[in-house]
Design a protein around this ligand. Structure first.
Ligand code: HEM
Length: 412
């Protein structure tokens, strides 16, 4: 029977919130998949069933948008002539679709040829730790963190010396992805400052590109398409912030979670080392087994029936992607890390109108990084297992991942 008062899911969710369990939330996710939907409190629901999450991600009666504009009614206007409400991840159609389409139009052609460049970046980062002797490398600090920010800066046409600034903004802006009701007053105030700093940093860069457009993504967004519907500067800054945070912490976690999964499954590591052609399947299985984005939030705009429960209009719904990825009704042996499994329709990139815009890029980065770890590190093993984890629950991943090895093969 689905849970009724006093909401047994609340205790389970409390365990997930507890940092002491951050290294292994999966026993609690397993308990949550016993039922496809649970009530967490009077107006909040947790959905853990793969089939139900998949359907809700595509259901237009679920909204990703806050009720009020980000800066109140007196704030700046968006390109739709309405008060600006934030990055398009947090907007509903139709304005979401207009901003996303402009971004996709600039983003997709630019990433198509990026694979060799990403492989060269990975090689360069590992070369900094190269040498024939035994040693230790923190995969988070040395590879997983610097790679995505370098990739995004290359995409945006930001010079490498600006990477540390982008890096620091990525950390500060990430909190903006969490639901506003989970932020303290101080955090909201800090975010205001960060947003203002981000605008102050970007606006001169935007002005430069407007005056002298180049071939980068920012110039493309400024000059392409119909000027009447083109995104305005505040939307452009929000889109660049979104690309930075959505593309950064997530990919860091993909590389770190993937490395950890390989270290814990030496048979898979050996197979990837022998056959780098296995990399795409390994990355898909990491995305299912230990997804970088563990859940996302929506609210209902109408009464919706989910697995026999009526979720009333206006309630909050948390889609537990990481639980759905281990739903035994959908995946055989869900707790086994098994790249060769068939039909791996994981939920790691979401679905529907907000389906991850950077999925192809993330896959390229993950495949390049994990292949290099498997093929260049001799006898890699974890120094601490489990490694320490960052406090974040939604974008979950290790804070550091020290790996001992017997040498790193030089490139070329
Ligand atoms: C392994 C790495 C990644 C994972 C697991 C991931 C996951 C996700 C998920 C789950 C969503 C949907 C969120 C929701 O429905 O509320 C999303 C959206 C998005 N992602 Fe990713 N992402 C990754 C990498 C990237 C990269 C590299 C970029 C770009 C540089 C990117 C850009 C975006 C954008 C712009 C959206 C918003 C799409 C929209 O609202 O239409 N992501 N991502």
């Amino acid at each position: 029977m689905t849970s009724a008062r006093p909401y047994p899911a609340a205790a389970l969710f409390g365990r997930l919130l507890d940092h002491a369990n951050r290294h292994d939330p999966y026993p609690y996710f397993a308990e949550l998949t016993r039922e496809p939907i649970w009530q967490l409190d009077a107006h909040t629901w947790l959905v853990s069933g793969h089939c139900e999450i998949s359907a809700l991600l595509r259901d237009p009666r679920l909204s990703a948008q806050d009720a009020a504009p980000a800066d109140g009614p007196s704030g700046p206007l968006g390109s739709d002539g309405r008060p600006f409400r934030g990055p398009f991840l947090l907007l509903d159609p139709p304005h979401h679709d207009a901003l996303r389409a402009q971004t996709v139009h600039q983003f997709t052609p630019r990433i198509l040829g990026m694979r060799p460049r990403i492989e060269a970046m990975v090689a360069g980062l590992l070369d900094q730790h190269g040498g024939s002797g035994p040693g230790e490398i923190d995969v988070v600090a040395s590879l997983a963190y610097p790679l995505p920010v370098a990739v995004i800066c290359a995409l945006l046409g930001v010079p490498p010396e600006e990477e540390p600034v982008f890096h620091s903004f990525a950390g500060r802006l990430t909190r903006a992805l969490d639901p506003v009701e989970t932020l303290s007053k101080q955090e909201i105030a800090e975010l205001e400052v960060t947003r203002a700093d981000w605008l102050a940093y970007l606006l001169p860069m935007i002005e430069e590109r407007r005056a002298a457009p180049a071939t980068d993504l920012i110039s493309g967004l400024l000059t392409d398409g119909d000027p009447a519907t083109r995104m305005v500067d505040v939307e452009l800054a929000a889109t660049l912030g979104l690309l930075l945070i959505a593309g950064h912490e997530t990919t860091v976690n993909l590389i770190a979670n993937g490395t950890l999964a390989l270290l814990r499954n030496p048979d898979v590591l050996a197979r990837l080392r022998a056959d780098p052609g296995l990399a795409p399947a390994v990355v898909e299985e990491v995305l299912r087994f230990d997804p970088p984005v563990q859940m996302n939030g929506r609210h209902t705009t109408a009464d919706i029936r989910v697995a026999g429960q009526v979720v009333p209009a206006g309630d909050r719904v948390t889609l537990m992607l990481a639980a759905g990825n281990r739903d035994p009704r959908r995946f055989a042996a869900p707790d086994r890390f098994w790249p060769e499994r068939t039909g791996n329709a994981h939920l790691a990139f979401g679905g529907g109108v907000h389906y991850c815009l950077g999925a192809a890029l993330a896959r390229m980065e993950g495949q390049a990084a994990l292949t290099a770890i498997a093929t260049r590190l001799s006898i890699p093993r974890p120094v601490a297992d489990p490694p320490p984890y960052r406090p974040n629950m939604l974008l979950r991943g290790p804070e550091e991942l020290r790996v001992a090895h017997d040498g790193i093969t030089p490139t070329g």
